[in-house]
Design a protein around this ligand. Structure first.
Ligand code: SF4
Length: 397
């Protein structure tokens, strides 16, 4: 089943105005752009690693949108399309005292890489390398606790997802046990300074869709390492499951609708479409009542052919109920059904950020208020950098 990219979108109403897809190269010139603009552009175009800079940690495969190089740019955590497209103007270059991003010979920003985490050299008593149990994404410990999904390999597979790829490549294990995750979390905190844990899971056929197992894993991590924990799962059939997730002491939850455009959801993630966007709002309402405003988030992926107006309206409705819409550009994963697609144009992505972030701030939601997880880390989006630029501008007025 081939994936369908944004440019190919045709729905019942006929061809829609295309979302700008794929960064152009001919018109690109180095220019003065602010940090939010630079990060947005880097996440659209990618960066090539020059010799000497290729020790940057990368993540391949995994649940949801992934395939990343991980860097700090001007001190801001950022994930980028791994390896970078051949056409990108950006290169990561080694300097005497670190790394820097260059474009056509011009230095754009300083960069640094955390290097290989020290806990990656450890193994469990039964011989499993720690890095196969959980990876360090900059300063967040991350694991897909069930590396299988009820939808993988059939017509329901989410087109952007790569959950089965790292498993089939032998880079991870199918099921991580709570005690294994606890052991790794202690090491990641003590040796490498992990500040939180982000645990996700493939969906199961059960009525909880895997939520209770990932919550059990989260509780083990929290009790052993004392880290705040986000767990991510699909809306359970029985919403009371979310109460039980809270009973495990979890700090934040991610329940990911992926897009607010129902036509795109049906095309890209058919199983999620059966839950329906209203089904997500019902799950979020329950979750916010238990975890509090700002501790419930959803991924919103840009660049899949979505209607921008529906996207912004959906994000604002989510914000109104206390949900943090974590907006990210599509990052096509090699081997996924969307591997031939391109990330969206940076101008489009930034325009969505700049409509939603002020709305978040006006309603008292901020990345600083998120206890754990993707919306706390922010490395896959430039939302936090946009937030900082808005806050700074307001302060200096
Ligand atoms: S529900 Fe979709 S995104 Fe999540 S693991 Fe399954 S296929 Fe991947």
């Amino acid at each position: 089943m081939p994936g369908t990219c944004a440019a190919g979108r045709v729905d019942a109403a006929g061809p829609t105005d295309p979302v700008p897809v794929g960064p152009g190269v001919d018109d690109w010139r180095p220019r003065d752009i602010d940090l939010a603009g630079l990060i947005t552009d880097l996440q659209s175009r990618g960066v090539r690693f020059e010799a000497g800079s290729d020790s940057v940690e990368t993540r391949r495969g995994g649940a949801g949108p992934s395939d990343s190089g991980m860097l700090w740019i001007e001190g801001v955590p950022v994930t980028l399309p791994a390896g970078g497209a051949a056409t990108t103007p950006y290169v990561l270059r080694r300097e005497d005292d670190g790394l820097a991003v260059y474009a056509e010979g011009r230095r754009m920003a300083s960069a640094s890489s955390g290097g290989r985490p020290r806990y990656y050299d450890l193994t469990t008593a039964d011989g499993v390398p720690y890095w196969q149990i959980a990876l360090l994404h900059l300063d967040s410990l991350a694991s897909t606790v069930l590396q299988t999904c009820a939808y993988w390999g059939n017509d329901d597979q989410c087109q952007f997802c790569g959950i089965g790829l790292s498993l089939s490549a032998g880079r991870t294990t199918a099921k991580k046990r709570p005690e294994q995750l606890a052991e790794v979390a202690v090491a990641a905190k003590e040796l490498d300074g992990a500040v939180d844990a982000t645990l996700t899971t493939g969906s199961t056929y059960g009525r909880d869709r895997g939520a209770l197992y990932v919550a059990q894993c989260g509780q083990a991590v929290k009790e052993a390492a004392g880290l705040p924990v986000e767990v991510q799962f699909e809306p359970p059939v029985d919403l009371d499951v979310i109460n039980r997730v809270r009973d495990h002491g979890i700090d934040s939850v991610g329940i990911h609708v992926e897009t607010f455009d129902p036509a795109v959801l049906a095309r890209i993630a058919p199983a999620k479409a059966r839950t329906g966007i209203e089904g997500y709002f019902e799950a979020w309402e329950r979750a916010v009542s238990l975890f509090g405003a700002g501790q419930v988030s959803t991924y919103v992926i840009l660049g899949m052919g979505e209607d921008p107006a529906l996207t912004v309206a959906g994000c604002k409705r989510a914000v109104d109920m206390g949900v943090y819409p974590f907006i990210v550009p599509l990052r096509p994963i090699a081997g996924s059904l969307m591997e031939d697609c391109l990330p969206p144009d940076a101008g489009y992505t930034e325009s969505i950020y700049r409509q939603v972030v002020p709305y978040l701030l006006a309603r008292g939601l901020s990345t600083a208020g998120v206890a754990a997880g993707c919306a706390r880390c922010q490395a896959c989006s430039a939302m936090a950098t946009v937030e900082r630029s808005i806050t700074l501008t307001a302060t200096h007025r």
